[in-house]
Design a protein around this ligand. Structure first.
Ligand SMILES: [Zn+2]
Length: 477
């Protein structure tokens, strides 16, 4: 996610609070969405990566939660490490979640704040060069001293202990945690940016990574360590208290062995294995999900600005659609049915420069909505909206429109089988669909000026897909 924007959100929240402005983020969410009329408990809720502001009264909180329940929207309770007394922070979180429990509102925890700091900047966590000098890798963030992946095990206990305090308090209160997720990014072992160069200079890394001169081997060791850390410190600890709780981390998901996008802090490494499409590099990716033990896949479907320059499709909207569809296909096709896919999503261009090129074309609202349908028809279960506050009104509106409408097709979404996986290499017609018995629920997106009826084969039968916008049902005859 984008850290600078997060601080911006905090600033906004402070402004709203201190300016005594009545509108907070929950008001914005409620104002821009409608109750869902069709009830279906088996569908997962729509998540929004925000929490209830702390300055609301108990009555206001209940009112908010009831309105969110009507909309099937879940917001998170954030766990923080306060400057003083962790017990106070636990009490604050429990105060909110006790009310959520009473109203049967699913308890979802964003534990990001409390799981950070394996690399706490201490000398004991740094790399060590041949002369015995400790050094750090500052290539990820000027604020994070990334150190040696093999010198953080002492930190495991500190973070685990912090986490257990929260978990135990919830258990003692009889509050069941249903979803436990984090946005854990710039911390712990990562193979990108200058990590490889630095590890090669470190005597501890050299001792621990057999074939360190080979990036693929380096990546395997580093990512396996990252996955093991998450299993041991996060997943197993949560499970100890709440065995049925679903756990996940931002951008950790099953895939086809490649990743089709770059996070805001990631830089290319010469010597890594890539596939190229136009100027875009698809990176070979390790199966972090499998070893981490997470039970939710949390892919990231954001319109990163970079896509616009990485591709040269003349039909410019396809520059957004193509990589996001590649990622969605990779995740949808490789995630087993028992693992829910809760995708982070954001429509408006992410990490935009101040000055946009004159030929810039963002992803249109219409095409974004279609993209969301494609995700649902490729096996995605639901979404988790991440958004800066100034964009959240539009973001939740468009996302909730698709999510609510998808309730018309609950059976397909719950039981249907995704049947189309083709991502056209040129801007063309994109089809996704769910099959249930002899029926197909279809969405098609057209990127060519001349549209035509598409002919496909399902169960050895020829199907014609007419030019229709929005989802529609066809019979397989
Ligand atoms: Zn090292």
């Amino acid at each position: 996610m984008v850290k600078a924007w997060k601080s911006l959100i905090l600033l906004f929240l402070l402004f709203f609070k201190n300016g005594n402005c009545a509108k907070n983020v929950i008001d914005i969410i409620i104002e821009n969405t409608q109750p869902i009329k069709i009830k279906e408990n088996r569908r997962l809720p729509l998540f929004v990566w925000v929490s209830i502001p702390l300055n609301v009264t108990e009555e206001e909180l209940k009112l908010y939660l009831n309105q969110l329940i009507e909309r099937n929207i879940v917001v998170f309770t954030k766990w923080y490490i306060p400057k003083e007394e962790i017990e106070n922070e636990i009490k604050e979180a429990i105060k909110i979640d006790r009310i959520k429990k009473d109203l049967s509102f699913p308890v979802a925890i964003d534990a990001t704040s409390i799981v950070y700091g394996f690399f706490d900047g201490s000398q004991e966590t740094g790399h060590i060069d041949e002369k015995g000098k400790v050094f750090f890798d500052m290539s990820f963030s000027p604020n994070v001293k990334m150190g040696c992946p093999f010198r953080i095990e002492k930190r495991y206990y500190i973070i685990k202990e912090r986490l257990e305090k929260f978990l135990k308090a919830y258990k003692d209160e009889g509050i069941e945690i249903k979803y436990w997720v984090v946005d854990w990014e710039i911390d712990g072992p990562i193979e990108w940016n200058s990590a490889w160069d630095n590890s090669k200079k470190c005597v501890i890394c050299r001792k621990n990574i057999k074939d360190i001169e080979n990036f693929d081997e380096f990546q395997k060791v580093i990512k396996r360590k990252r996955a093991d850390l998450q299993r041991e410190v996060f997943v197993n600890t949560v499970k100890k208290y709440f065995p049925d709780c679903l756990t996940g981390n931002y951008a950790v998901n099953p895939h086809d062995g490649y990743r089709y996008w770059w996070d805001y802090f990631e830089k290319e490494v010469e010597g890594a294995t890539y596939q190229r499409k136009h100027n875009a590099l698809f990176r070979r990716w390790f199966d972090e999900f499998k070893y981490s033990g997470y039970t939710i896949a949390m892919p990231v479907i954001y319109t990163w600005y970079r896509f616009f320059n990485d591709y040269n499709f003349e039909e410019k909207e396809y520059r957004w659609f193509y990589p996001l569809l590649k990622e969605a296909t990779s995740v949808g096709k490789n995630t087993s049915e028992n693992i829910p896919i809760i995708s982070f999503v954001h429509w408006q261009t992410v990490v935009k420069p101040k000055q946009l090129p004159s030929d810039f074309v963002p992803l249109s609202r219409e095409k974004y909505k279609e993209l969301l349908w494609h995700l649902l028809f490729k096996g995605f279960d639901t979404f988790c909206l991440w958004s800066p506050l100034n964009e959240i009104a539009e973001e939740i509106k468009v996302l909730h429109e698709v999510y609510s409408e998808s309730f018309k097709y609950n059976d397909f979404i719950l039981k249907g089988e995704p049947v189309f996986w083709d991502v056209p290499e040129e801007a063309d017609c994109v089809i996704s669909g769910l099959k249930m018995k002899n029926k197909l629920l279809i969405i098609r997106s057209d990127f060519k000026k001349e549209k035509s009826v598409m002919k496909v084969k399902i169960d050895h039968k020829k199907i014609e897909i007419p030019i229709i916008s929005g989802p529609f049902i066809l019979e397989i005859k």
